[in-house]
Design a protein around this ligand. Structure first.
Ligand SMILES: [Zn+2]
Ligand SMILES: [Zn+2]
Length: 257
């Protein structure tokens, strides 16, 4: 009965494919993808990727050119897809056009992506990238929080809401290079005083999009400083690597947090 009741909303608001918006049969696991899109969309889980940043790579290569020269503070980044076409438009709808319902299929996609890794070496806790107060007041929700909460519930891990605080407004990052972004996010975040001990924890850090990785790196650095043993960055999508400039260890030495 409880199960039937839980499916009642589907009668009025049927599940639709995340990519083509076709009405589809009720997706129990939240993975709202029609069979056509399941076979035509490119999922990074089915592609050979960099073992550090998760970008697509030719077979036999382990680290992309960028990761051979960059220093990352996270241990691994996993994305479900490349940030383009339908998934890009869905993320923009989710973030800027109040399509809050899209958190469910996106979180389901992220669960599918992370589950084999979690089963191999289990994680301890889920956190999400923070949002500024101003942005929260404008939007009314933090998209990363909605995703992280659902992922934690689905893979049965504790979720630390508001693990970070965004203490400095940062200018829009979309047109900036990695180095400019690192400068931009410098001192922008801190760990919340209410965050429980992260000592020796294996952490999943959730965000919507991985662009240059500057935000993920600065948040990961805070987690590592707090004693985290491992940080996995999990995002819906990642921008293509060839848009990034090369970033050297000398560059990173200039940047302090
Ligand atoms: Zn579809
Ligand atoms: Zn890489």
């Amino acid at each position: 009965m409880k199960r039937l009741l839980s499916r009642l909303p589907a009668l009025f608001f049927p599940d639709r494919c995340l990519f083509c918006d076709e009405v589809i049969p009720y997706a129990e696991d939240g993975l709202c993808i029609c069979s056509d899109c399941m076979s035509t969309q490119i999922f990074l889980a089915n592609v050979h990727t960099c073992t550090l940043c998760g970008c697509p790579l030719p077979p036999e290569e382990h680290l992309c050119d960028t990761c051979q020269t960059h220093i990352h503070f996270f241990d691994r980044a996993l994305s479900c897809m490349t940030y383009e076409k339908e998934i890009r438009s869905a993320i923009l709808q989710f973030k800027f056009y109040h399509r809050i319902d899209l958190y469910r299929p996106m979180a389901a996609l992220m669960v599918k992506r992370v589950l084999p890794f979690h089963q191999e070496s289990p994680y301890d806790v889920v956190v999400c990238a923070p949002q500024s107060k101003k942005s929260y007041l404008e939007r009314g929700y933090n998209q990363a929080d909605l995703l992280a909460k659902r992922i934690a519930k689905d893979i049965k891990l504790p979720y630390i809401k508001n693990a970070f605080l965004k203490i400095k407004e940062t200018p829009k990052q979309s047109t900036l290079s990695y180095k400019e972004r690192m400068k931009n996010v410098e001192h922008a975040f801190k760990l919340n005083d209410t965050t429980p001990s992260l000592c020796n924890k294996r952490i999943i850090l959730v965000d919507d999009v991985l662009t240059t990785g500057a935000t993920a790196d600065s948040l990961s650095k805070l987690l590592k400083r707090a004693g985290a043993a491992y940080v996995l960055v999990l995002t819906v999508a990642a921008t293509e690597k060839d848009r990034l400039e090369t970033f050297t260890p000398e560059d990173i030495a200039e940047i302090t947090f």
